[in-house]
Design a protein around this ligand. Structure first.
Ligand code: COA
Length: 465
């Protein structure tokens, strides 16, 4: 292991040790007890406290500031695992053997190519579109690699399906790998028989999840390049998920250090309980709509500045503040106007977000070799001090994952308008894992609203109003 990547592992292990010393090993039990439906819970506005489903995918302990995927502490996963392994864990519920991981990585690498989706995407004015709107479109277009979903009776034959693939857009580097992989996936799905198996093996099945997890980075990177007037770059199947994403975005193969930090960032963003975008994805999936449309809804929900869009707002906010010496006054004015400070606060965490605990020292490490990030980091640290000293103890408001992630992406050369898409590149693992789980016990989501309007009004014909 190179020194830089070893340093990152040690930094994360140090964070883990400090957190465990500070909060012990207890886990808040309020949301971990097995309960039977109907469940009584106290619900606040925005469904605060509501239990939407039972899940074994992951757990957020907001009072201690802990995050767990399938029983494994996020700090351990960041220190020892990889995004591919964590994705397998989320989807399958167990850590893979070396052979299973190898074949899973090969599957993801094969599904990275999305030539027909990119060709369709280029028919839209992507260069003028919001990146998340374009990504949502891309997820839905990716679905059309399986045109039989909509035209089962008129499914194209083998030769035309392959020629569609060959008729792909030109790329800067020649395509590599298995040219018919997409078609073979299609055929396997087409033969799925009964409806229940079809739902699990078909357009909302494991392979479709992998198809999206592998394809979303390709689409996101292509959107970024098209917006800059550059052609998309063909994925490199020999690179890791994190390195390939950075390569497709920037055109450069990242250093082992940048690859490792991106991998940690992807692990940290992979899943996070019943957050707004996961819930949106599940609501759509619960109607037995397919995984592509469901993930498109997740992307839509993630794009908002109160959710994943906050990471882009944080950078704009830091640039507006301009200098660390302005942070205190800027914070006072912002709070006096009752405005939110982006990158702070969380519905569940009332303490320091464990993901921010990992990201903060990583920014400091990266800033050593990226002097251009130092003033931004100083401003961020000053803003953290100002917000936490005002709202920390009183309202439980501390930095969340979005506060430091943007600084990391900036150091690694990602354009600001790609931060939220990078969040989606990671979160698609959690969205799909939770859809797979939910469909095993599916019930359509259908809450009620409290009607507070008038009743018994008498209809007045238009000429008498
Ligand atoms: C994440 C967020 C949407 C959670 O919202 P929520 O659970 O509905 O919390 P509320 O908006 O009800 O906030 C509760 C209180 O804390 C305050 N608060 C919460 N986040 C705040 C922030 N970032 N800046 C300033 N005040 C904040 C609210 O003003 C409110 O104060 P009040 O009780 O005096 O009215 C909210 O903290 C926020 O908007 N943060 C900024 C956006 C962001 O970083 N999002 C990324 C989340 S990972």
């Amino acid at each position: 292991m190179a020194k830089g990547t070893r340093d990152i592992t040690n930094l994360i292990l140090n964070v883990a040790r400090d957190v465990r010393k500070e909060i012990g090993t207890d886990v808040a039990s309020e949301f971990t007890q097995r309960r039977r439906w109907p469940i009584s819970c106290t619900v606040g506005p925005g469904l605060e406290g509501a239990i939407a489903c039972l899940s074994k995918v992951g757990y957020v302990d907001g009072s201690h500031g802990l995050l767990v995927y399938r029983g494994y502490d996020i700090f351990d996963l960041c220190a020892r695992s990889t995004f591919e392994e964590v994705t397998y864990l989320l989807l399958k519920g167990r850590l893979p053997s070396a052979r299973q991981l190898n074949s899973f990585k090969k599957k993801l690498a094969a599904y990275r190519k999305a030539p027909s989706t990119l060709r369709l995407l280029m028919g839209f004015p992507v260069e003028n579109m919001n990146t998340m709107a374009a990504l949502r479109l891309g997820a839905n277009l990716k679905r059309q690699e399986f045109t039989y979903i909509d035209r089962e009776s008129a499914r194209p034959d083998v030769s035309s399906a392959i020629s569609t693939d060959e008729d792909s857009i030109p790329m800067e580097t020649p395509p590599r790998g298995e040219p018919h992989a997409i078609y073979e996936f299609d055929r396997k799905q087409y033969h799925a028989r009964n409806i229940r198996r079809d739902r699990l093996a078909g357009p909302s099945g494991f392979d479709s999840c992998c198809h999206l997890i592998a394809g979303i980075p390709t689409i996101a990177a292509a959107i970024s390049r098209l917006r800059r007037g550059e052609m998309p770059i063909e994925p490199d199947p020999d690179l890791s998920h994190a390195a390939n994403y950075m390569y497709m975005l920037t055109g450069k193969r990242p250093s082992p250090l940048d690859e490792r930090i991106m991998d940690v960032a992807l692990i940290l963003h992979a899943d996070h309980g019943m957050n707004a975008s996961t819930f949106a994805t599940l609501v759509v999936a619960s109607t037995l709509s397919d995984i592509y449309i469901s993930v498109g809804s997740g992307i839509a929900a993630l794009s908002g500045p109160l959710h994943g869009g906050a990471n882009e707002e944080v950078l704009r906010q830091l640039r507006r503040i301009g200098d660390a010496s302005n942070a205190d006054e800027w914070c006072k004015k912002t709070l006096a106007r009752k405005h939110k400070v982006f990158g702070f606060g969380h519905r569940v965490y009332k303490t320091y977000d464990p993901r921010a605990r990992v990201l903060k020292p990583l920014v400091a490490y990266l800033a050593k070799t990226h002097p251009e990030a130092k003033p931004l980091l100083k401003t961020a640290e000053a803003l953290e001090e100002a917000v936490v000293s005002t709202l920390g103890a009183e309202k439980g408001i501390y930095p969340n994952v979005d506060f430091y992630s943007g600084l990391i992406y900036t150091c690694m050369g990602l354009p600001t308008d790609m931060f939220t898409s990078t969040f989606a590149v990671a979160r698609v693992s959690g969205w799909t894992a939770r859809v797979l789980e939910y469909l095993e016990m599916n019930r359509i989501f259908r809450p009620r609203a409290l009607y507070v309007g008038p009743l018994n009004k008498e209809y007045v014909p238009i000429e008498q109003r």
